[in-house]
Design a protein around this ligand. Structure first.
Ligand code: PGA
Length: 254
């Protein structure tokens, strides 16, 4: 049984005081020992504060991006080793907002994934198709390429502790959600692709769904056999709605 993972991607939201308040709301409402792993991904500059506030809890800390270099002349960037140094265990790689707004192509995403693993972080590789790609019947091809390009650079062994997040671009922040059946079909395809490279890896890897997952649709999505958790944006900014999604994941374990 794969441990469900519920991850809150806070994107570029909040202030120092709002970060504290949100963490307080989550930590005070969360049950311990539920068999579900909970992760928050705050803004870089609040990671240290978050680490401090989460130190007595089982909630994991992660970052939303990294740069695939060691120390050096990369103005404005943050390395995997630095993230590890401030207590991160996870890092997002290839989120669609990075791919689109910041023009991150397949080679850069693959380099980031590899650098994350080398720094001892667990990468969460985000993949997904646009509305047009879905309408053109290209969903599988697009996702296959997004994953294959990482396997080519990092090797399938690098997926040992990694997570994949299927996030249909048309569902991110739009209020549109893939139906549980649509999501399950893509998750199964992703797992089959991993199995073609490494059968055991496919059994162990967690594949999250992201894209307008909310308290009222989480249970149906999480009930699908290949959906191992959620990557939550908007609904993770409210402690009660995030906690409700965590609770829906608990039902998957019971
Ligand atoms: P959303 O974002 O839940 O607001 O759609 C998900 C994500 O981008 O990770």
């Amino acid at each position: 049984m794969r441990t469900p993972l519920i991850a809150g991607n806070w994107k570029m939201n909040g202030s120092r005081s709002q970060t504290k308040a949100l963490l307080h709301g989550i930590t005070s409402g969360l049950q311990e020992d539920t068999g579900v792993e909970i992760l928050v991904l705050p803004v870089f500059v609040y990671l240290e504060e978050a680490r401090h506030l989460l130190s007595q809890t089982s909630i994991q800390l992660g970052a939303q991006d990294l740069y695939p270099g060691g120390s050096g002349a990369y103005t404005g960037e943050v390395s995997g080793h630095m993230l590890k140094d401030v207590g991160c265990g996870y890092v997002l790689v290839g989120h669609s907002e990075r791919r689109t707004l910041f023009h991150e192509g397949l080679p850069l995403v693959a380099a980031k994934f590899k650098a994350a693993v080398e720094a001892g972080l667990k990468p969460i590789l985000c993949v997904g198709e646009t509305k047009q790609q879905r309408e053109n019947g290209a969903t599988e091809t697009v996702i296959r390429e997004q994953i294959e390009s990482v396997i080519e650079v990092a090797g399938i062994g690098a997926f040992h502790d990694a997570v994949i997040a299927y996030e249909p671009v048309w569902a991110i922040g739009t209020g549109l959600t893939a139906t549980p059946e649509q999501a399950q079909a893509v998750h199964l395809t992703i797992r089959e692709q991993i199995a073609q490279n490494h059968v055991d890896m496919a059994k162990r890897i967690r594949i999250l769904y992201g894209g307008s997952m909310k308290a009222d649709n989480a249970a149906a999505l999480l009930a699908q056999s290949d959906i191992d958790g959620g990557l939550i944006g908007g609904a993770a900014l409210d402690a009660n709605s995030f906690l409700a999604i965590c609770e829906a994941a608990v039902q998957k374990v019971i």
